[in-house]
Ligand binder design. Structure first.
Ligand SMILES: Nc1nc2c(c(=O)[nH]1)N[C@H]1C(S)=C(S)[C@@H](COP(=O)(O)OP(=O)(O)OC[C@H]3O[C@@H](n4cnc5c(=O)[nH]c(N)nc54)[C@H](O)[C@@H]3O)O[C@H]1N2
Ligand SMILES: Nc1nc2c(c(=O)[nH]1)N[C@H]1C(S)=C(S)[C@@H](COP(=O)(O)OP(=O)(O)OC[C@H]3O[C@@H](n4cnc5c(=O)[nH]c(N)nc54)[C@H](O)[C@@H]3O)O[C@H]1N2
Ligand SMILES: [Mo]
Length: 701
């Protein structure tokens, strides 16, 4: 009997990117623990990942290549050999590529965040093929763009400093569910006397545990930040020295925020005037006292029409009050740009050059519309083939009826690389079984801390599963791609992932990282204490020439949602309830929904609804309801609760459609309209109506 401990990294789309210790007994992974020595992980894992072996050894794991025998979406498949699968795919893609390779589209996101199993070999393959490029906007590109315009790069407050903060604004985030290791630090800060404030339309698990919860209307965060800046400027709560040395456009900003009186702000945000004033004063006071005033700006505030501007406005706040001076001050939205990743080496964009003009770009967030477009001079060729990996678009992409209709096209050839028979895999022509993190090698950056992370393979692949890299190697060989890079091993790719010539990752050595498991980048603990922003001016840009050039307002502004009762009264008369569908604690986007113990904890699709909104519709706690708008409908069981503010309904997500009674989820009602910046989706910019389903009695469950 042999027992070993293997160093690994959590691959999931979460800011925490934990260091794992995997216990392997006689070739079987028996336990996954958090590494106590890794400062961000500190020996703790979330419920989902502490049960990782349950997912890896799940009875429904895909273990063999499959060919569809039923209708698209029906989910009937038969086993085929790898040889047959690869030659079928190579023949189909090859024939399409002869006409126009841009009729082929890869579709992937962050099922694994690994740099090797993500965009390395797959990127090389599609670049060499000349396929359409996918614009990967589904999560973070609105806020990322707004933040970059202002601060220059997605760099922010160091997670390990949070314990020392005296004030923490948790703005549009629910860290107990989605950023657990940040929450642990918030608890430490709280014990040291910090005050914690949640800014969220919903009393989330996190908001419930904060000292103060400001329940603004969805999509109004940009206005709240403008109102805060108004108060700071009007009451002289400003760090004039920091402003003079490290910011650009203060005079114009002052003029702009003068319009945003607390009264106007409160009205737009649906909160009290005193809430605007108190929030600004407390923030200014703590920062100007030289104590840590930190903002954790998260994703909840970006998924609306004005999401980019909201992130930008909030990113202006720390510079106004000099909060960046303190290591536990400033703002963290993402630490992603801290990492000197070598994209050119990983995915080899140079391989596309042989095709002449750059390939067209297709936005993943409008995949429903894109799949339904015919060929045209403006669009180019119709999409004839899709290769999906690390993603589940039929469940997660907006306006799902159109997405499903697109995937159901008989003339579309679809390949899905997966661990499980997801809603998307049901539409595949060929399903290929992929390995999980315990079965392959990878290297990771993170977006909530600043450590490079190694993942060693703990066990042999289950069944006939193969790593994504190996699948694209086989496809490349079958299609006659002869470049040497298609023979690189996963270790060779990992060795090229970070730049050795960059001061933050100087001397990066993959073999050393594999052995140690993790390595901190050479990042300062207070990145902008002395300015040095990554913008064109080197300052925090209250006024942005880049935004002006992009046709945007160069100053902080407020863009109302597409769909709100205030911004669209006509639509609001028909569909008076704002709906948001943020992550459920026990799911990770749509991953883990099929792990029985985790699904049992979530129960079934729910809709949280304010008592007055429920009463007005004759809805009682436990009733089944239909949630609908012009795009579609879904069913859920109501929880009557004042966690949802009046006029708001909340459906924690993202359910697999096939586990819902009606085969639908929240994305039936979301729209494909895009944000002001970054071409991102507007998942939380949705109006619906809710009605009790006829014949349904409460307590049916
Ligand atoms: N357990 C778990 N963890 C996850 C994920 C998961 O699915 N499950 N997903 C991962 C991924 S991909 C991401 S992007 C992150 C997302 O995690 P977060 O950054 O926490 O973002 P969301 O979960 O989208 O929303 C967080 C909160 O924002 C609130 N919110 C909604 N609309 C608004 C608004 O207009 N303004 C404000 N201020 N708040 C609003 C919601 O009510 C919710 O409580 O988490 C990651 N971690
Ligand atoms: N209504 C609503 N919709 C949303 C959101 C919301 O809050 N509300 N959130 C949005 C956000 S923030 C995001 S990031 C997206 C997430 O959307 P996706 O990135 O599509 O995330 P998942 O749904 O978790 O699907 C990832 C899939 O990748 C597979 N996978 C994991 N590892 C591997 C691997 O190594 N190889 C292969 N081949 N497959 C692998 C998993 O089994 C899983 O099925 O969803 C978005 N959709
Ligand atoms: Mo995300």
């Amino acid at each position: 009997m042999s027992t070993t401990i293997v160093r690994a990294a959590c691959p999931h789309d979460c800011p925490d990117t934990c260091a794992l210790l995997v216990t392997v007994k006689d070739g079987v992974a028996t336990e996954v623990r958090g590494d106590p020595a890794h400062p961000p992980t500190a020996g703790v894992l979330c419920t989902k990942v502490s049960r990782y072996t349950e997912r890896t050894y799940h009875k429904d794991r895909l273990l063999y290549p499959l060919r569809r025998v039923g209708r698209k979406g029906e989910g009937r498949f038969e086993r085929i050999s790898w040889d047959e699968a690869i030659s079928t795919i190579a023949d189909r893609l090859g024939a399409i590529a002869l006409r126009d390779p841009q009729a082929i589209l890869p579709y992937s996101y962050a099922g694994t965040m690994g740099l090797v199993q993500g965009e390395s070999m797959a990127g090389r393959f599609f670049n060499r093929l000349g396929a359409s490029q996918l614009e990967r906007t589904i999560c973070a590109s609105a806020g990322g763009t707004g933040y970059r315009y202002t601060v220059g790069a997605r760099i922010g407050t160091d997670l390990e400093q949070v314990d020392h903060a005296k004030l923490i604004l948790i703005w549009g985030g629910n860290p107990i569910a989605s950023n657990l290791h940040f929450w642990t630090r918030v608890q430490a800060a709280k014990r040291n006397g910090a005050r914690i404030i949640a800014i969220d339309p919903y009393r989330s698990l996190t908001a419930e545990k904060c000292h103060w919860h400001i329940a603004l209307l969805p999509g109004t965060d940009a206005a709240l930040a403008l109102g805060m800046m108004h108060v700071l400027a009007a009451e002289g709560l400003l760090d004039h020295d920091y402003i003079a040395r490290h910011t650009l456009g203060f005079e114009q900003l002052k003029e702009r925020v003068a319009e945003w009186t607390p009264q106007r702000t409160a009205e737009v945000c649906g909160i009290r005037v005193e809430e605007v004033q108190e929030l600004a004063r407390e923030y200014g006071r703590v920062a100007l006292a030289g104590e840590g005033a930190m903002i954790r700006a998260n994703y909840g505030l970006q998924r609306v029409r004005g999401g980019g501007m909201a992130a930008r406005n909030i990113a202006c706040l720390p510079a106004l009050v000099g909060a960046w001076r303190h290591p536990a001050g400033g703002i963290q939205m993402s630490t992603s740009d801290s990492f000197p990743r070598d994209h050119a080496a990983l995915s080899r964009p140079d391989l596309a050059a042989r095709h002449g003009a750059p390939a067209r770009v297709i936005n993943m967030s409008t995949i429903g519309d894109e799949l339904l477009k015919p060929a045209s001079p403006a669009f180019g060729p119709q999409i004839e083939a899709m290769v999906v990996y690390n993603a589940n678009p039929v469940a997660v992409a907006p306006e799902s009826a159109k997405v499903a209709a697109g995937f159901a096209r008989e003339d579309l050839f679809t390949v899905v690389l997966e661990h499980f028979q997801t809603d998307t895999a049901d539409y595949a022509d060929i399903v290929l079984p992929a390995t999980t993190q315990l079965e392959h090698v990878d290297v990771h950056s993170a977006y909530g801390h600043v450590y490079m992370m190694a993942n060693n393979a703990a066990i042999a692949p289950l069944g006939e599963a193969k790593p994504n890299t190996e699948i694209f190697r086989l496809l490349a060989a079958a299609m006659g791609f002869e470049e040497d890079c298609f023979k690189d091993s996963d270790d060779a790719i990992a060795a090229s992932a970070f730049r050795r010539d960059h001061p933050r990752s100087a001397g990066y050595d993959w073999n050393e990282l594999k052995e140690k498991g993790w390595q901190r980048l050479a990042m300062p603990i207070a990145p902008f204490a002395e300015g040095g922003f990554a913008t064109p001016s080197g300052k925090c840009e209250f006024y942005s020439e880049q935004m002006k050039a992009a046709g945007l307002d160069p100053l902080p502004a407020y863009t109302p949602p597409y769909e709100s009762v205030a911004s669209n009264p006509q639509l609001g008369a028909k569909y008076p309830l704002a709906m948001i569908s943020p992550p459920a604690r026990n799911f990770l986007n749509s991953s883990f929904v099929n792990v029985q113990s985790l699904r049992d904890t979530e129960g079934e699709p729910h809709l949280d609804m304010h008592p007055a909104d429920a009463a007005a519709r004759g809805i009682a706690d436990g009733d089944m309801v239909r949630i609908f708008n012009d795009r579609g409908s879904m069913q859920a069981r109501v929880r009557v609760t004042d966690k949802a503010r009046l006029g708001l309904v909340v459906g924690l997500s993202i359910w697999w459609k096939k586990f819902a009674a009606d085969g639908k989820n929240a994305n039936e009602v979301t729209s494909q309209r895009l944000t002001d910046m970054g071409n991102a989706p507007t998942f939380y910019d949705v109006l619906v109506q809710v009605e009790r389903m006829a014949g349904d009695a409460a307590a049916a469950a």
